[in-house]
Design a protein around this ligand. Structure first.
Ligand code: FMN
Length: 355
């Protein structure tokens, strides 16, 4: 076992004495400093790059990715790659920098290995985000480009839904040649009204606009950057059916399922139960798997699914893959279990029958 994996339980104990958001900032600061000084390389196991998954025309060196929202500035990509992730999704980025919601806005529910957050897209804005990503070793050095980078895009809080497409277009144009894949985030519960864009007619208009732009950019640059949509777990089966029709009609490149849930039934009676925001972690797994398998039934192998939500061990990752996902992402379990989990998940074999 590597030094960082062996020491994570003690480190976590210390970090959990702090409030969640300062603990998050300290952890990212440490990771970045350890990476810059090459200490990280000495204390981590060698990343596993021998377990590839090919989807969306991309070669992922292993099936486990970091979910969006942990690296909201795009400044820690190299460190996460060193920890063994096969892909790292950064953001959400909005066109203009914004502070997000007032603090406190992140809560731990350790009894459930869960988190509630209402961060509200705090981020430095897409232009600064792109500068940060471009400065990463992963982008600057062609030989390191095996680990893929997803760039997750959102709309500013003050942008009305009728103008949301313009915000996504700004993000897309800025990120198109830097990202390996782009993500249109329609599912944060913390930007008022954002989830309304998941209504089939609104989604159809948005995909058409973005697909047109993707065509244009592909011709201009000679690069095809796939677009994924990230959806909520709180969708009824009728909504899943109508969204799937739209995704198939418009030839979406990929789907990321799921974001956090508004449902609190699994944490009834917890002192943070009533905090506004999205719930993530172990208790999301069943819900996320059932959304993935409902989409898989509709989308078959035409549109690949990246599964996220409550994956905290190899057995749960296998269930997510069996539900229909081709890749997996983690967020909350990384906080609760640390980098050993990344190493364990990176060894999972994924069936490659669809490409
Ligand atoms: C503190 C926090 C912030 C998040 N921020 C974002 C975000 O900015 N964009 C996004 O698409 N998802 C965001 N997410 C959702 C995660 O990417 C993921 O979809 C969700 O947490 C479920 O996975 P998990 O159970 O492994 O945590 C955030 C989650 C947490 C806990």
């Amino acid at each position: 076992m590597s030094l960082i994996n062996a020491s994570y339980p003690a480190l976590k104990q210390a970090l959990f004495l702090m409030q969640p958001e300062p603990a998050h900032d300290v952890s990212l600061g440490m990771l970045k400093a350890f990476d810059k000084t090459k200490v990280l390389k000495l204390i981590t196991s060698k990343p596993i790059h021998s377990n590839p998954v090919n989807i969306m025309g991309l070669h992922f060196p292993n099936p486990v990715g970091l979910a969006a929202g942990l690296d909201k500035t795009g400044s820690c990509i190299d460190a996460f790659a060193q920890l063994g992730f096969g892909f790292v999704e950064v953001g959400t980025f909005t066109p203009v920098a914004q502070d997000g919601n007032p603090k406190p806005r992140l809560f731990r529910l350790p009894e459930h290995k869960a988190l509630i957050n209402r961060m509200g897209f705090n981020n430095p804005g897409i232009e600064q985000g792109i500068q940060n990503i471009q400065a990463s070793k992963l982008r600057a050095n062609a030989s390191l480009q095996r680990v893929k980078i997803g760039i997750n895009l959102g709309k500013n809080k003050i942008t009305p839904n009728e103008q949301a497409a313009e915000d996504y277009l700004i993000g897309m144009r800025a990120a198109y040649t830097t990202a390996d894949y782009l993500v249109v985030n329609l599912s944060s519960p913390n930007t008022p009204g954002l989830r309304d864009l998941q209504a089939a007619s609104a989604t159809q208009d948005l995909i058409q606009t973005l697909k047109e732009e993707q065509n244009k950019l592909a011709q201009e640059t000679g690069i095809y950057t796939p677009i994924c949509f990230k959806i909520a777990p709180d969708l009824a089966s009728e909504e899943i059916k109508s969204l799937s029709e739209v995704f198939l009609d418009e030839e979406l490149d990929g789907l990321i399922a799921t974001n956090t849930t508004l449902d609190r039934s699994s944490v009834n009676g917890h002192r943070h139960e009533q905090e506004a925001g999205g719930l993530s972690g172990a208790i999301l797994h069943e819900k996320s798997c059932s959304v993935i398998s409902a989409f898989k039934q509709e989308l078959a192998d035409y549109i690949p699914i990246i599964g996220v939500g409550g994956i905290d061990c190899v057995a749960k990752a296998e269930q997510t893959l069996a539900s229909g996902a081709k890749l997996i992402q983690i967020y909350s379990s990384f906080i609760y279990h640390g980098p050993q989990l990344v190493h364990d998940l990176a060894q999972l074999k994924v069936s490659q029958d669809s490409e």
